[in-house]
Design a protein around this ligand. Structure first.
Ligand code: TMP
Length: 242
């Protein structure tokens, strides 16, 4: 258990999302990301506060971003300033969420009638339009073109990076005896460079125990099973120990 609460930065607030707040710094090319303890599901319809969650998400994100950087994937991550606060490159977020799936779960199981946990014969990449007011709908390449969200080249690069991130993170979780079932990535543009942005945490990925299939991620909150913080703590502990 963490004994202290994360302290929020003091700079100007640039953006307040559902679980994170972005603060400006004295450098225009850098921001501070404060991971709050707020947790939401169903596009904000279900919400709660889980003390300690923000700190765990920031620690897990920092560890995984560092892993990607070591493997040569460009990200917005610079350093963990203090538990709960990440220093990152300022980026313009591409309004497209890229989901990668290794096993059927969640909305894929519902949409295609596949049992949860069924391994997919190859990773599935999906695009969602980042629009809270529309409930982040699933969209295809033609939708992306018509909406002018990003060029074909940028979408191709995002997909290739997402598949590479899947390989790196799946291997990293396997080392900890965990299965990366699926995850969501966001990308940002920093001075023309495409970088993985946002967070890499149990809020945005499904992580199961490899042996028992026990779920340790935000599905514990979405589905009201309880033990949310305990699941996140277990992921953090097992990543650290492996
Ligand atoms: P889904 O099964 O609900 O579509 O979610 C797939 C994965 O992507 C799951 O790990 C949760 C994550 N995700 C987000 O973090 N934010 C989102 O807006 C969506 C659609 C998915």
């Amino acid at each position: 258990m963490f004994m202290s609460e994360a302290r929020s930065p003091t700079g100007p607030i640039l953006y307040r999302g559902k679980a994170k707040t972005i603060y400006g710094t004295d450098r225009p090319d850098q921001v501070l990301i404060f991971f709050r303890d707020d947790i939401t599901a169903g596009n904000g319809r279900k919400r709660a506060e889980i003390p300690g969650k923000g700190m765990l998400n920031s620690r897990i994100s920092a560890l995984l971003f560092a892993e990607l950087e070591r493997a040569g994937v460009a990200t917005h991550f610079l350093e963990e300033r203090e538990p709960g606060v990440m220093l990152a490159r300022a980026v313009r977020i591409v309004p497209l969420e890229v989901v990668v799936r290794n096993r059927a779960a969640g909305s894929l199981s519902q949409r295609l009638g596949l049992p949860e946990g069924e391994p997919l014969s190859r990773p599935v990449v999906e695009h969602y339009y980042k629009r809270d007011d529309l409930g982040d709908p699933l969209i295809n390449r033609d939708h992306i073109r018509v909406l002018g969200i990003a060029s074909d080249d940028v979408v191709d690069r995002m997909e290739a990076v997402a598949r590479r991130v899947n390989e790196i993170l799946s291997a990293r979780f396997a080392r900890a005896g965990l299965v990366l079932v699926d995850f969501k990535l966001e990308f940002g543009l920093a001075g023309g460079e495409l970088v993985v942005a946002d967070e890499l945490s149990p809020d945005t990925m499904r992580v199961w125990d490899a042996e028992s299939g026990r779920r340790l991620d935000k599905d514990r909150f979405r589905r009201g099973w309880g033990g949310v913080l305990e699941g996140y703590e277990e992921i953090w502990r097992r990543l650290q120990e492996s």
